[in-house]
Ligand binder design. Structure first.
Ligand code: CMC
Length: 441
């Protein structure tokens, strides 16, 4: 008999199949559990729950391994281009030279944004967060570029390419308009990454000088963010998509999920934390470490810890190296990088961090690299979103290609009041509302 697990409940034995992945990961298949036993499983935060079988990304959190379609992220960061990695994630294989050229042409052809969309940006209040704007604008794309039936491979390809190309134009446009500057259009002679930097920083009075090392650093940044299997935002894209909503709306939901400081918003939170340590605490990193350990204090060391990695995040290693290289190349230093290194040093010698397996994650160093590129702090998470878009699309496509794609609909254990009669308003006594809200960290 194939590998299986046994469950005994109310004196009866149930056999549950064990699914084994290509890298030896094992899961108990509980898809018949409720039908056979009347039971469901309960797993807060889905820490022990596999939501799908996927061929896209492999992670080994104990060993610090990350691979896209089997290829180590270290190799992709060194040799690949972001758009090549994008092709790999979405199509499952590395492109030939011709396929890559065709993909670049398609990205270029779809890089413009309908001019009427520019007026939307003007209507957001000045203090709006760029992630909120991006999420809204991606939803708005649907009105300007309605999805075709999304039935044939060509139709899907067009919608996907539009999203990949336009998200970069939208992000740069939003930045220019927020500064009251003239929008810079994409150029056909520039690569995906160079084009983005040019749209962000070129100005009629100060033409932007494309620097190959900065372009390479951005390439690496986006490759490292391109996918991370069933994280919060990718699971959101799959879940929202399972209602058969249009792709733009599913991606917009993914952007909203990424915004939070425990997920993609951590890159902004890290730089804000390092800035506070630098300015307010005179660079005293020990104070931050002590606060992070204090259970009465809601402060967490941002950029530390990960649900899956219980060792150093392999992306953080590359990001740290890229930061060093870029600052050296620019002949500059960043006090925040020095503080980050000191903080890492102290935390990694501390028993609390060792016992809890808390190591730097990608966000610990990524903000410092983005600062070096000149990206404003409130746009850091937007940079993450552009990088993660290929992963979201690949995850959505894998779900959509599955003939057994099911509506995502978890269950719950109800623990509220039992059957209670309605009380007319004049007969009600003052009631206590439940105010045990947990403040978010
Ligand atoms: N600082 C201090 N303590 C921490 C931290 C931290 N950064 N992260 C986890 N812990 C402690 C936590 O207090 C708990 O301790 P105890 O068991 O004694 O109560 C234990 O570690 C487990 O924490 P958890 O929140 O149950 O673990 P999780 O797997 O749900 O958390 C995490 C993962 C990323 C939300 C968390 O580590 C965290 O909040 N980190 C800071 C935010 C951050 O850097 N997020 C970016 C993640 S990487 C980018 C991405 O993929 O989005």
């Amino acid at each position: 008999m194939a590998e299986h697990a046994e469950l005994t409940y109310e004196g009866k034995k149930f056999t549950l199949p064990v699914i084994i992945g290509t890298e030896g990961e094992k899961a108990i298949d509980i898809s018949m559990l409720r039908e056979e036993t009347g039971l469901i499983t309960l797993d807060a935060g889905f820490a022990n729950t596999g939501s799908c079988i996927s061929t896209i990304t492999f992670m080994d959190g104990e060993k610090g391994v990350l691979r896209y379609r089997g290829i180590p992220v270290e190799q992709l960061a060194e040799y690949s281009l972001f758009i090549e990695t994008t092709y790999l994630l979405i199509n499952g294989v590395l492109p030939t030279r011709k396929q890559l050229t065709d993909f670049s042409i398609l990205l270029n052809d779809n890089s413009l944004i309908h001019e009427d969309m520019q007026s939307f940006f003007q209507s957001f209040p000045r203090a709006s967060h760029p992630m909120g704007i991006l999420s809204s604008m991606v939803t708005a794309l649907r009105s300007f570029y309605p999805e075709l039936k999304v039935e044939t491979a060509e139709e899907i390809n067009l919608t996907v390419t539009r999203l990949l190309s336009k998200i970069r134009t939208l992000a740069a446009m939003s930045y220019k308009i927020s500064r009251g500057h003239k929008v810079v259009y994409p150029r056909p002679d520039l690569s995906y990454c160079a084009n983005f930097l040019n749209m962000m920083f070129d100005s009629p009075v100060k033409p932007y000088q494309i620097d190959d090392d900065l372009v390479k650093a951005l390439n690496v940044f986006w490759i490292l963010h391109a996918d991370h299997e069933q994280n919060c935002s990718s699971s959101t894209v799959r879940m929202v998509g399972s209602g058969r909503v249009n792709l733009y709306a599913a991606i917009s939901a993914g952007i909203a999920a990424l915004w939070g400081p425990l997920h993609g918003g951590a890159n902004q939170a890290v730089v804000e934390m390092l800035t506070r340590i630098n300015r307010k605490d005179g660079g005293n990193v020990k104070k931050a470490v002590e606060r992070a350990k204090d259970k009465k204090d809601s402060f967490r060391l941002m950029g530390f810890g990960h649900r899956v990695y219980k060792t150093y995040d392999p992306r953080a290693k590359i990001m740290k190296m890229t930061c060093d290289n870029i600052l050296e190349k620019l002949h500059t230093s960043d006090p925040l990088l020095d503080i980050a290194k000191k903080l890492e040093d102290v935390a990694l010698k501390d028993d609390y961090f060792l016992e809890h397996n808390l190591y730097p994650n990608i966000d610990f160093y990524s903000g410092i690299m983005l600062r070096a590129l000149g990206i404003p702090t409130n746009m850091f998470t937007v940079m993450f979103a552009i990088g993660r878009l290929p992963g979201w699309i690949a995850q959505w496509k894998e779900s959509a290609d599955d003939p057994k794609w099911k509506l995502s609909r978890p269950r719950q254990i109800y623990n509220g009041p039992i059957l209670t009669d309605y009380i007319p308003i004049d007969e009600r006594k003052k009631q206590h509302t439940d105010s045990r809200h947990k403040t978010h960290r």
